[in-house]
Write a new protein. Sequence first.
Length: 94
Amino acid sequence: MTKSANMLFMNNIILDLKTFGQMFRKERKAVGLTQAQVAINAGLRRETIIKLESGAQVDANTLIQAVAALGKTLAINDRRVDYDNLNEAFNEDH
């Protein structure tokens, strides 16, 4: 699979699955959960959490369940430029 096919979302940074897995691990540790605890909370196997954290492909439902088990959500952000708001920001009197 190509790198572009592995991209999850953009928010000024392109994230591939490996980077997502690293971020997921960081968030899991920040909330003080083990891989086993996340797996139990998500109704998944620990091996699945290991796979996700390593950057391997998992299905969308698995990804959503795992993220929710951390008390987090996923968002889709529009990366298109909003020219109207941009124009207003630069033309406002300060």
